[in-house]
Design a protein around this ligand. Structure first.
Ligand SMILES: Cc1cc2nc3c(=O)[nH]c(=O)nc-3n(C[C@H](O)[C@H](O)[C@H](O)COP(=O)(O)OP(=O)(O)OC[C@H]3O[C@@H](n4cnc5c(N)ncnc54)[C@H](O)[C@@H]3O)c2cc1C
Length: 382
């Protein structure tokens, strides 16, 4: 957006943004096509990101993190989208590290966060199951206390970073009789863990380089000390507290994607000749791009307002839900219009707009589907 600077951007964040953009452009973008074909990034992508301080950017330095705040996570997700890179840093940094920071004991923080910051450990969060997605309180995975251990049984699916993950925040019922109040978050270290198995990396429509996998737990034993929070049964409330931040990661990515799609399309229509003139000279092209730019600008200004509130600790769940559903819906519409202006080339995967079209679609589904977001907003009207 010409001459516009997000109100939450600082000089320090601008410098961080430049170095993050350079890193994604030089270190990750050249591998993206190969990673898409193999269905996951190389494992050493995580250590490379750790070595330059991108992992756990918003975790205090005393735990090995970058000492930043959510503005740093916002920058990372924006720049990753601009570089058209799929890398599960949103889950690792923006979600799992914050569950540990918010609910972990001092010992848990010191055990896991430095290894997540270096890339030695890759983190995932396992909520969804084959039979349960939106209705989280119905999860069937159980973590039953047995002496000093929990014994975990269940299956999870659609888990981002599932192929690489060494540390998984598992949403499980510690008391199946108590519904939402029987849910707990249990951290599982997967290395050489008996009973833990990864299933397929799921073949997706888009976001192909991000490993999304099935996970199976058959009598998996983990110490009860791996519970997040002071007592069993707090998991659902912990999830609800963290969700506004998670939804903002999706909204930030969606608005960044709209701007990138418009830039790419603007370049394309200025060089493509049809009927003896530039495609950009047609009024339809100009009006379509003008509409897209208007939508993207409104998206950014609303997301920025949410960011300011989030950084002040004041973002409520319904407003975050508005940002998530609206930006992801509009991202799909804007990218679709931009693809249309590419003609047949828009349908060819070597053109970035085709990959952006496929990548955009999941925004309306994950992080709480857009229908669930509208439910959250509608409840404020009851
Ligand atoms: C690429 C990808 C990555 C993902 N990463 C993760 C991850 O890292 N961790 C994780 O735990 N999960 C992850 N998910 C899962 C994701 O969060 C779920 O797919 C999502 O929550 C929807 O659940 P579901 O697929 O079971 O759909 P369902 O809950 O079965 O919903 C099906 C349809 O019904 C609608 N619906 C459901 N309830 C209602 C209602 N009350 N009112 C109106 N409509 C309703 C939904 O909106 C949807 O349109 C990922 C999914 C994908 C595709």
């Amino acid at each position: 957006m010409d001459g516009y600077t997000s109100p939450w951007m600082t000089e320090e964040l601008t410098l961080f943004s430049d170095s993050v953009a350079r890193f994604f452009e030089t270190e990750f973008a050249p591998h993206q096509e190969r990673w898409e074909k193999q269905g996951h990034v190389d494992r050493d992508a995580w250590s490379k990101a750790g070595a330059v301080g991108l992992l756990c950017a918003s975790v205090p330095e005393e735990y090995g993190g970058g000492g930043g705040h959510f503005g740093h996570e916002a920058v990372l997700n924006i720049e990753m989208n601009r570089a058209l890179v799929n890398f599960g840093i949103g889950v690792h940094n923006g979600i799992v590290s914050h569950y540990i920071l918010s609910y972990g004991t001092e010992e848990q923080k010191r055990r896991w966060l430095p290894r997540m910051a270096s890339g030695e450990m890759v983190a995932a969060i396992a909520m969804s199951e084959p039979g349960v997605g939106s209705d989280l309180k119905s999860v069937r995975t159980k973590a039953v206390a047995d002496g000093d251990d929990f014994v975990i049984n269940g299956a999870k699916t659609f888990i981002t970073n599932g192929y690489h993950a060494d540390l998984i925040c598992v949403v499980a019922k510690t008391d199946p009789e108590r519904g939402a109040k029987g849910i707990s978050l249990v951290m599982v270290e997967t290395t050489d863990l008996p009973g833990f198995r990864r299933g397929r990396i799921l073949e997706k429509l888009g976001q192909k380089a991000q490993d999304t996998a099935e996970l199976f737990f058959d009598d998996v034993r983990v110490p009860r000390a791996n519970l997040l929070g002071p007592k069993e049964g707090d998991g659902f409330a912990q999830l609800m507290q963290q969700l506004p931040q998670e939804r903002m990661i999706i909204a930030l990515s969606a608005q960044a994607s709209m701007h990138r799609a418009i830039e790419l399309t603007s370049d394309y229509v200025h060089s493509r000749k049809v009927f003896g003139q530039n495609l950009s000279d047609f009024q339809n092209t100009r009006f379509k791009l003008a509409e897209c730019k208007t939508v993207a600008t409104i998206a950014t200004t609303f997301v920025d307002q949410c960011m300011v509130r989030l950084l002040a600790g004041e973002l409520d769940s319904a407003t975050a839900a508005m940002a998530k559903w609206w930006t992801t819906q509009k991202n799909c519409e804007v990218v679709d219009e931009c693809l249309q202006l590419h003609g047949g080339y828009g349908y060819i995967m070597e053109y970035p707009i085709a990959r952006m079209y496929a990548n955009a679609r999941v925004g309306k589904i994950y992080g709480g589907s857009n229908e669930i977001m509208k439910e959250l907003v509608a409840r404020t009207l009851d």
